[in-house]
Each structure stands twice: as C-alpha cells, then as structure tokens.
Design a protein around this ligand. Structure first.
Ligand code: GDD
Ligand code: MG
Length: 360
C-alpha cells in the first residue's frame, strides 16, 4: 500500500480568528505547518504518493511542500472549483491514483493529530476483507462527530454523522477521520457534485450490504478544530505525547526555534513552542502555549495554554490563560485575559484595560 488522499478543503479550514489569511493546516504546530506532521507520519508508514484534495486557498500548500520530495513523497495537488464535500473531494482525485481496483487507499481528514498505527489499520482492512475500514476512537461527548457503532467482530452497523437527538447517541465510538478504502469503492462515489462521505457514502454502503470495518483504539487523538485544541496539540507534539517524525527538535518541555530570543531567566514549560524570530522577555513564564513567529512576550508576563499569533505583542506583567491572540494584536501591560477569550488580529488592548481580578 503506497497511496493516500489528504482532505484539506471545505469551509472550516481556517483557524479563526488567529489569522484571516492562513488556512489552519499551514499554521505551525510545534514549529512546522501542521500538515507536515501528517505527511511525515504517512511517509513513515510506507506511503509514498499523496494526493492533497483542496478547495480553499489551495495555493498556499504548494509553495511550501512542493512536489513532496523533501519529505520523501510524491505529492500532488487537486483543487476543487467549488468545495465538493468529503466524498466529492475523494472522488475528484480518483484519476490521480495509481492503485489497482482491489488495492487499499488511505484517506485522512486534514485536521487530525493522532498516533494511529497506520499499518494496523491497513492490516485490519486486509484481514477482514472489508470494502472500507475506519479508525475509531472513544470520546466523552460524541455529538460533534460521526458516531460509529460496531458489532462484536468490529463490523460497522451504522454511521450517524453529528447526532441531533439523545436517542441517536448509541455509542461513544466516533469516526476518527482516517480510512482505508478499496480503490474500487472510490470509483462508485458520484463525480462532479458535492458528496459527504459521512452522510451519504458510508450510510449508502451500509444499506447496500458492503462491509465496513471499525478499528477502535486508544492512541493519541485530537481534532484541531478550535484554537484551544490547536495549542493543546502543538504542546503534545513537543512533549512527545503525539508522535511525529516532523518535530524540528527533540521532545521536551519546550521547543525554541533557531532565530527566537529567550531571556535566560524566562521559564518555558509544558510543551511551549517559541516560533522563529519571537522574543521572550526577562522573567516571563510560558506554559503549554504556542508563541508564533515574530511575536513578543515582554518581561514578567505569564502565559498559559494560550496561542500568541505571529507578530503579536504581550505587554509586561500581562496574564493570559486559555486565550487566543490574533496575528499582530497588541495586549498592553497588566491585562488579564482568561478562558477562551479571543483577541482579533491587529486589535490593540490598552495597558491595564481588562482584568478579572480586583487587585488594582
Ligand atoms: N477537499 C475538500 N473539499 N476537503 C474537505 C471538504 C471539501 O469540500 N469538506 C471538508 N473537507 C476536509 C476538511 O478540511 C477536513 O480535513 C476534513 O475534510 C473533515 O471535514 P471537517 O469539516 O473538519 O469535518 P468535522 O470535523 O466536522 O467532522 C469530520 O471529522 C470528525 C473527526 O474529527 C467527520 O469526518 C466526522 O465523522 C469525524 O468524527
Ligand atoms: Mg474537523
């Protein structure tokens, strides 16, 4: 098995509001565009040909990844004129595949960070003789995902995308966004119109009696759909909880990119990433956070579980906990920003303007 399709289109591709111009897959996670981790993991599992199915600002991928040769891959790009949905996007790249009809083709959602054993999913597929095999994971609240109940042999019995009613929540097993398709199944998806693989293709295959096999495991898994999840994922990459051959450095408490400048007494912990050209001032403490390229965290600031956008500035003595600061935004001194607060790109918060504490 040598081929994979990576789905990186659709309307949800942007990491809002971190940056208005950069699609999420290219925002650096642990120092490199997030997609580099997925591509490197696929390569390590023996994949050598990847077709990126894109629909949205596709032109940003190619200048960075090129023909994929630096990653040891042959990489191709196919851009939809209009988003074709997950199934339509898969069908739309079928002509680029080189596999024979019965060969397995890997397919990945482009926004998932996972330790999936890709080889094990392929082995499950081959062993079970399935038409499609799906990686499944268990989550506490499955409502935002595709629910995938299975029988005692792991055979999928239903596919319920984004369940609406309590009765539909029949399992905590969800579609983890990685599949193995027999090449011939891809050819049965209708061409040239939007198709959702989750709402149309999977339920349709089940109704026809096709065999869909689920592989449940408890490996690292995270959907990077929110900035908070993105920060978590980036920190987990640095800490080594999420395995990636593309990590530009050793696993540890921190990852400081080459051209960053960090004051000797600044404390960086919990998988914090400091991007190229960023500056961390004296006595600053940064825990489990991502500081993107060119950002400045001034002396004595405290930043935890937060995302600091490219070129943004965090003033001295500011406290950020669970906050997202957009590219180029300025957080004046002594502000206190907490729990899910998002500062828009380029916004300017004057010194001492936002406090949660009553200490001044
Ligand atoms: N090329 C292309 N064209 N890609 C698309 C399109 C499209 O029209 N629509 C979505 N995608 C890509 C997205 O970029 C993403 O990588 C992937 O397909 C899944 O789309 P999302 O929009 O992120 O879906 P979701 O997160 O709500 O749900 C999906 O992922 C869950 C796991 O995180 C579903 O597959 C669920 O069943 C699953 O549980
Ligand atoms: Mg998603």
């Amino acid at each position: 098995m040598t081929e994979a399709i990576l789905l990186v289109g659709g309307k949800g591709t942007r990491l809002r509001p971190l940056t208005v111009h950069t699609p999420k897959p290219m925002v650096p996670a642990a120092g490199v565009p997030f997609l580099a981790h997925q591509l490197a993991r696929a390569r390590a599992a023996g994949v050598d040909h990847v077709v990126m199915a894109t629909s949205y600002l596709a032109e940003v991928f190619e200048p960075y990844f090129g023909d994929g040769s630096q990653l040891g891959l042959h990489l191709e790009y196919v851009t939809e004129k209009e988003p074709l949905g997950t199934g339509g996007a898969i069908r739309n790249v079928a002509s680029r595949l080189r596999s024979a009809p019965s060969d397995p083709v890997l397919i990945f959602n482009g926004d998932i960070l996972t330790g999936l054993d890709i080889g094990a999913l392929v082995a499950t597929h081959t062993r079970s003789g399935a038409d499609v095999s799906l990686h499944l994971t268990r989550v506490e609240d499955p409502r935002a995902y595709g629910l995938v109940p299975t029988d005692e042999d792991g055979r999928v019995t239903a596919f319920l995308e984004k369940p609406q009613t309590p009765e539909e929540i029949v399992t905590d097993q969800i579609n983890a966004g990685a599949y193995v398709f027999d090449r011939s199944v891809i050819d049965t998806i209708p061409a040239d119109r939007p198709v959702s693989v989750e709402r149309e293709t999977f339920p349709g295959l089940l109704a026809e009696g096709a065999r869909l096999q689920g592989m449940v495991d408890s490996t690292y898994w995270l959907d990077l759909g929110t900035p908070q999840a993105f920060v978590r994922g980036s920190a987990d990459l640095v800490l080594g909880r999420a395995p990636s051959p593309a990590l530009p450095g050793r696993c540890g408490e921190r990852l400081v990119l080459d051209t960053a400048s960090v004051a000797p007494d600044a404390k960086l912990t919990g998988g914090t990433v400091v991007g190229a050209g960023a500056t961390i001032g004296a006595g600053a403490r940064i825990d489990g956070s991502t500081v993107l390229d060119g950002a400045l965290v001034e002396q004595g600031a405290y930043v935890r579980d937060s995302l600091i956008g490219a070129g943004a500035r965090v003033g001295s003595g500011a406290v950020l906990d669970g906050a997202v600061v957009g590219d180029g935004a300025v957080i004046g001194e002594r502000n206190e920003l907490r729990d899910g607060l998002r500062v828009w790109c380029g916004a300017h918060i004057p010194a001492g303007a936002v406090r949660f504490s009553s200490d001044e």
